[in-house]
Design a protein around this ligand. Structure first.
Ligand SMILES: CC(C)(COP(=O)(O)OP(=O)(O)OC[C@H]1O[C@@H](n2cnc3c(N)ncnc32)[C@H](O)[C@@H]1OP(=O)(O)O)[C@@H](O)C(=O)NCCC(=O)NCCS
Length: 165
């Protein structure tokens, strides 16, 4: 597996991965047309990449396997996992044929490193309580801070651990 920064050329793939996230429970409720016309869903990808966006793509044998990216949405046009204008919200998806091989874990580790390098204090996300991704997020230290609709909002603190060293 190879990891590399997500670029403008990855937009179609990010849309595919966003669809995986929207259809996480296997019900194909969103297709690309609906996603592009849904004002809320499109916020995670429109005009990608904007100035402060960052993300990572995993490739296996030269094929895109998954992606994680983050965008600081604002209060006037928030994401489902919005907590503050200066806290980017992450999106994550792995193509079905590449799952259960550690791709998401590798993507998330790299995205967190990118967020730290950019000096963000926190990352946020929105996840359904029944999604297997939740365990993954918890293993990285994300904690639930609220509920939006049926999904949990989680955040990860990125400041150096004051209890260490
Ligand atoms: C959730 C998702 C990103 C996981 O990708 P993945 O590459 O298969 O995950 P990994 O192999 O890195 O596994 C990481 C951890 O996730 C959890 N996990 C992933 N798939 C799981 C499954 N089918 N059943 C139970 N736990 C699972 C486990 O805790 C796993 O850790 P472990 O391997 O030590 O048990 C992938 O299933 C996906 O794209 N789902 C649809 C999109 C989505 O839901 N995105 C998140 C929206 S919030």
């Amino acid at each position: 597996m190879q990891l590399r920064p997500a670029t403008a050329d990855d937009l179609p793939f990010l849309i595919q991965m966003l669809l995986e996230a929207y259809n996480w429970d296997g019900t194909p409720s969103f297709d690309e047309e609906r996603l592009r016309s849904d004002d809320h869903a499109v916020r995670y990808v429109d005009a990608w990449p904007r100035a402060n966006d960052f993300g990572v793509v995993a490739e296996i044998d030269g094929e895109r396997a998954g992606a994680a990216w983050a965008r600081a949405l604002t209060a006037d046009r928030p994401g489902y996992g919005y907590v503050a204008d200066d806290v980017p919200e992450l999106s994550l998806g792995v193509s079905p044929e590449f799952r259960r091989r550690g791709v998401a874990r590798a993507l998330l580790a790299e995205l967190i490193a990118q967020a730290r390098a950019a000096s963000y204090r926190q990352l946020s996300l929105s996840v359904d309580p029944g999604n297997v991704a939740r365990k993954l997020y918890e293993s990285f230290g994300f904690r639930k801070v609220g509920v939006n609709g049926t999904s949990d909002t989680m955040i990860l603190d990125l400041q150096p651990d004051s209890t260490s060293g």
